[in-house]
Design a binder for this molecule. Structure first.
Ligand code: GTP
Ligand code: MG
Length: 662
């Protein structure tokens, strides 16, 4: 309580009390966002594919045995199918394959190219790390870099603002089991975010009196303040990620306009719209696990109220009664609701395209839909889910292309696997198998294992396998063999496997028709809400009782004399809001506050707890001193002293009629 640097005024309780506000806690500072960028890499700078490199020089006969070995190896490990994977799943996934490691090393190499910032000819070391920001050579190792991980409101890192772990060791991101929150911004999938929202404050009511020629006592004419703006979340169908919240974390609605003389009411503020993608779930930051979310928004245009603006304070015209025809009292506007919320995105699509990195998922999406995802010959090109609408045979199907998965993703390898939440709402999965991989069947098994580890429900979704890149001879030649393994050993139905070339379009139409067929079998999509979200669409008046409060007493420091002043806290939403809306500049407002303390039983409760002269009483953001002096004169004197101390002068028509002369 010593920290409360509020001006204290005498006389609380039966007598007058005037409070002063404590300052608001300053919101967290935003650090500038300067993420490293991925720059395109010349294909020649990529690590060569083991099969593609010099494939023209190597005869098929020479390649065949190595592929046989690879496929056999995979078939032995996967011949028992998923049951062997699931039984020893942890072990299998904990030891990523050489191919997974190679994919990561390609990504690393690429990052180094960029961060080196050198010319085109800059050589790069294969073990360079894409996840490590460029650092000057002279920089002492012990010094922490300014990390964009400090930016509040961004995804993945719960408790991030307090997270003071050493950001220097970003290499750990590459290791299985490391925390995903340590990924730099460019490598994060923006499907979660934390933002601050605040409804606008209500405008203040006005104290004014009508003064016209020949109208000697025109009566009160102070208008009410306007309502503060509400904050709504609305689904924008053009959004497919929460990356917009990288740039803006704070959303504050405008405040209402203050009331004016001549009974002019202040204007209400406009509502603030926060645009979110379809499939966003919004929760309070500090919500318990079983608390319902504030909103789950699935359909375009769907909206939910997140924060209510404050109501406008009443002007003195509203306080006019038959007994008090010239009240000199007005309220302040109510403060708008403020809160931090966590957003989580699970995109809404019919079909999810999954597969290892660089398999051609984005290429497939770009061929079957009008979407223009980033396509490049290196792993982890796709960092956010891409949505595309495919129109074929007068039918519309929404496809979602998600980032590539790696064996060991559940332990954080690559981008991890949290983005798989996006395929949770898909009804069918298209599993793209990279035909140029050394072990396509092994990849297929590894991805299915990752799906199972993430959520068994996803594993159970109908899958259609697309064996991609058959236009490359090295891949096409093995098609029959891979098909044989998938059908005979893994039990994939033959009519659910398609050889395609996303690049040339070969087999793509057949694939989409098969997808449509499965969707038709499943019937029309029912968009079901996963949560029992409140999805509030109307401004709810917050009815709270003023006599619903608790009185708490702060313990004195050990060794203090029993006569030392103590601090009492009166907690209750109603009384705190009432104190916040009381305009201490008006004596009548102070008296009204005293009456409310009396009739609500707060004075009685304080006395029962042993409050004595000189003790502090804190209500909301206002602190008072308790006095046993009850007379009107004492209350008025203390109010006048407070006004002088604060340098507040009455202005305009509010000077008339003065309480002294009435
Ligand atoms: N020859 C050939 N190349 C293909 C084919 N499909 C994709 N590619 C190439 O493979 C590379 C990777 O393609 P992407 O579509 O970016 O792969 P992705 O699966 O989306 O990769 P990530 O987003 O990193 O997971 C690109 O260079 C494509 O041009 C294909 O059918 N034939
Ligand atoms: Mg991609």
């Amino acid at each position: 309580m010593q920290a409360l640097n509020a001006q204290r005024l005498a006389n609380v309780g039966q007598a007058g009390c005037v409070g002063s506000r404590r300052p608001f806690a300053a919101p967290g500072r935003l650090s500038p966002l300067a993420p490293p960028h991925l720059s395109p890499v010349e294909p020649s700078s990529l690590a060569p594919h083991p099969l593609l490199s010099g494939s023209s020089a190597v005869s098929l006969g020479a390649t065949q045995p190595s592929r046989d070995v690879a496929c056999c190896a995979s078939s032995t490990s996967s011949s028992s199918g998923t049951q062997s994977s699931s039984s020893s799943g942890g072990a299998a996934a904990a030891a990523p394959s050489d191919w997974s490691k190679r994919l990561l090393s390609v990504a690393k190499t690429k990052g180094k190219n960029k961060s080196g910032g050198g010319g085109n000819g800059a050589s790069h070391t294969p073990d360079a790390d894409i996840f490590t920001p460029a650092k000057p050579a002279s920089k002492p190792a012990a010094k922490k870099p300014v990390s964009n991980l400090d930016i509040p409101g961004l995804s993945y890192y719960e408790g991030r603002p307090d997270d003071d772990e050493d950001d220097e060791d970003l290499d750990a991101d590459m290791l299985p089991g490391s925390e995903r929150k340590r990924l730099p911004a460019e490598m994060r999938c923006f499907d979660t975010a934390r933002i601050y929202i605040k409804g606008g404050d209500g405008g203040n009511g006005c104290v004014a009196f009508r003064r016209e020629k020949f109208v000697e006592h025109g009566g009160p004419s102070g208008g009410n303040g306007g309502r503060g703006g509400n904050v709504w979340a609305v689904v924008d169908p053009n959004l497919n990620s929460l990356s917009v919240f990288r740039g803006q974390v704070h959303f504050r609605a405008e405040g209402g306009v203050n009331g004016q003389g001549s009974n002019c009411e202040g204007a209400d503020a406009e509502d603030l719209i926060v645009h979110v993608p379809a499939g966003t779930i919004i929760r309070r930051k500090d919500a318990e696990e079983d608390d319902p979310p504030l909103a789950e928004l699935l359909k375009p245009g769907e909206r939910a109220l997140l924060a209510v603006g404050g109501r406008g304070g009443r002007g003195n015209f509203s306080f006019k009664t038959s007994r008090d025809r010239a009240p000199t009292i007005a309220e302040k506007g109510e403060k708008g609701e403020e809160l931090w919320v966590d957003l989580e995105l699970k995109v809404v699509a019919d079909v999810g395209i999954i597969g290892v990195p660089n398999a051609g998922k984005s290429t497939l999406l770009s061929v079957i839909t009008a979407a223009k995802p980033k396509i490049a010959n290196y792993p982890f090109t796709t960092l956010v889910p891409n949505l595309g609408v495919c129109e074929m045979d007068y039918r519309t199907t929404v496809f979602a292309d998600v980032p590539g998965l790696l064996e060991g993703a559940h332990e954080g390898l690559g981008l991890g696997h949290e983005f798989l939440r996006h395929v949770q709402r898909c009804r069918v999965l298209v599993h793209v198998v990279d035909g140029t991989s050394p072990d396509p069947v092994g990849d297929f098994n590894a991805i299915n294992l990752e799906l199972e580890l993430f959520n068994p429900d996803i594993k159970d979704k109908p899958q259609i396998v697309a064996y991609n890149k058959v236009d490359i001879p090295d891949s096409g030649d093995f098609w029959e063999m891979v098909r044989e393994q998938l059908t005979a050993e893994l039990g994939v139905p033959a009519d659910k496997i398609f050889p395609i070339s996303a690049a040339t379009g070969q087999g793509v139409i057949e694939l989409v028709r098969a997808v449509r067929g499965v969707l038709d079998e499943l019937g029309p999509q029912q968009l079901t809400y996963e949560t029992n979200a409140l999805n509030q669409t109307a401004v709810q008046r917050r009815d709270v009782r003023i006599d619903d409060f608790t009185v708490l007493l702060e313990d004195l420091p050990p060794g203090s004399p029993s006569t030392a002043p103590r601090v009492f806290f009166v907690e209750g939403e109603g009384i705190e809001r009432f104190a916040q809306m009381t305009n201490w500049d008006y004596y009548e407002a102070v008296k009204r506050f005293q009456r409310v303390l009396e009739v609500s039983g707060i004075n009685g409760a304080l006395k029962a707890k042993g409050v004595k002269e000189g003790d502090s009483v804190v209500i909301g953001e206002t602190e008072f001193n308790w006095s046993d002096e009850k007379s009107d004169g004492a209350v008025y004197d203390s109010w006048l002293k407070d006004m002088k101390d604060r340098g507040v002068n009455r202005q305009g028509s509010a000077r008339w009629p003065h309480p002294d002369v009435r």
